[in-house]
Ligand binder design. Structure first.
Ligand code: APR
Ligand code: PHB
Length: 422
């Protein structure tokens, strides 16, 4: 007997919790859009499409708990919040998210406020963890019964240069084949989608920064209501938060450092040393509930479309976390992709899909520039590097002094921080 053919419509949806109910035989499924990856890009795309009656099937290699265990940045641009509203997942975000109208730059032990609302005519950002965005999208997907497969092994994409691309994978030993009109590669930097594109069809750009971020999450009241980005002789530090009782802090560290070498005490004293005196005195410390080291990288792959395969989010580009643009760029990609797909299915027009890569990349490069600039301005570089050593540090201080005194410079900073329009 050949594989069973299923049209993936309610009530025949397939969710991770229903995995065990699947018959143990090969499954063939038809869907309109196969989405690889259930990070914020994949889930948000699925939600935006579902609301327009376009059926997508999400295929994720990890378990839901694993996906929700990843701690990432937590600053949402206004455009991202708008998109989450359109996707119908902004209720908790509006209840629990913290609107921020500004942030502090700490230069040479003195804090200066960047008034986002003032320099952008009222725009602001919202502090709400990426993990929570993912959780809200996941809960919505489950409640709506939109089809998803978690714990998918050996995910592979096929025939995306033809009109009938396919995705194959197995779940608990059962082989699956999903036939789709389009594949959305939302599977992050290490995913299978970009890796499946012939190397000669891709141009990649990469810069690896010579330091990492050591991050700590702690159940302590944040040192300040607003974020503090500190440029200090000992290295960069960032004070961020998730809620009035949950703090997120980072210090620049060496790439050779191992997280086990950093005791909580060592972390707190290094952070304190990099802050201005009032913040250092106000800092409340406590046991870390998460501690990790992340490398910093800028990466862009061009183009973002190959036949019927579209890359979105970290699958196509990575920015260093200074300025928290990663999730927000994923959101603008997904906006353009959902618009293109809606146009295609509603009006039969391929125009939006044809423009997808160019539209995304214009915004991606601007956000990559901002993230690279903000990273370069705030971190200590070695003497051997072009912008490093004592001279590099003095040049940074001069630029920061100019930045906090010039309305033009603060406007440019604020405009980029709240997010360029999309
Ligand atoms: N098959 C299926 N799923 C995969 C595969 C694969 N071969 N490879 C990776 N994945 C899954 C990962 O397990 C992950 O859940 O794809 C998902 C990708 O999610 P993210 O890495 O979070 O990427 P994205 O959704 O684009 O989100 C971008 O995340 O990394 C941050 O800074 C980034 O904030 C930005 C956001
Ligand atoms: C965070 O809260 O994790 C965060 C905030 C701002 C950044 C980077 C990370 O620029």
């Amino acid at each position: 007997m050949g594989p069973e053919v299923l049209r993936c419509e309610p009530p025949h949806f397939w969710h991770h919790e229903a995995n065990h109910k699947q018959p143990r035989q090969d499954m063939k499924i038809n869907t309109q859009v196969a989405i690889i990856g259930a990070g914020p890009s994949g889930l948000l795309l699925g939600a935006l499409l579902a609301r327009e009656g376009i059926e997508a099937t999400v295929i994720e290699q990890r378990s839901p708990d694993y996906v929700l265990g990843r701690i990432r940045a937590g600053v949402l641009e206004q455009g991202t919040v708008g998109l989450l509203e359109r996707a119908g997942v902004a209720d908790r975000l509006h209840r629990e998210g913290l609107p921020h109208d500004g942030f502090d730059l700490c230069v040479d032990g003195v804090r200066h406020r960047i008034d986002l609302a003032r320099w952008t005519r009222g725009k602001r950002v919202t502090v709400y963890g990426q993990t929570e965005v993912t959780r809200d999208l996941m809960d919505q997907r489950q409640a709506q019964g939109w089809p998803s497969f978690y714990d998918a092994q050996e995910v592979a994409v096929h025939d995306f240069d033809s009109a009938r691309p396919r995705v194959t994978f197995s779940v608990q030993g059962v082989q699956h084949e999903v036939q789709a009109d389009y594949i959305a590669g939302c599977d992050g930097y290490h995913g299978v989608c970009r890796a499946s594109v012939p190397a000669q069809a891709l141009t990649t750009y990469e810069r690896v920064y010579p330091f990492g971020w050591l991050g700590v999450l702690s159940r302590t009241p944040p040192v300040s209501d607003e974020l503090i980005y500190s440029n200090h002789e000992r290295g960069f530090a960032l004070c961020s938060l998730r809620s009035p009782m949950l703090s997120r802090y980072y210090v620049q560290c060496s790439l050779q450092d191992k997280v086990e070498q950093w005791s909580d005490d060592a972390f707190w004293s290094e952070l304190r040393a990099r802050l201005d005196a009032p913040a250092a005195a106000a800092l409340v410390t406590g046991p870390s509930i998460e501690k990790s080291i992340a490398p910093l990288r800028s990466f862009v792959a061009e183009p973002m479309r190959f036949g019927q395969l579209f890359l979105a989010g970290d699958a196509a580009h990575i920015v260093p976390p200074t300025g928290a643009k990663g999730l927000n760029l994923a959101a603008s990609d997904v906006h353009y992709l959902s618009q293109g797909l809606i146009e295609r299915y509603r009006e039969g027009s391929p125009a939006g899909l044809d423009q997808y890569s160019d539209r995304c990349l214009r915004r991606v490069w601007k956000a990559s520039r901002f993230s690279w600039w903000f990273t370069s301005l705030m971190h200590r570089f070695e003497q051997s590097e072009l912008s490093g050593g004592p001279m590099g540090y003095r040049l940074q201080q001069a630029e920061l002094e100019y930045l906090v005194q010039s309305e033009a410079a603060m406007t440019a900073m604020a405009e980029n921080y709240v997010g360029l329009p999309f």
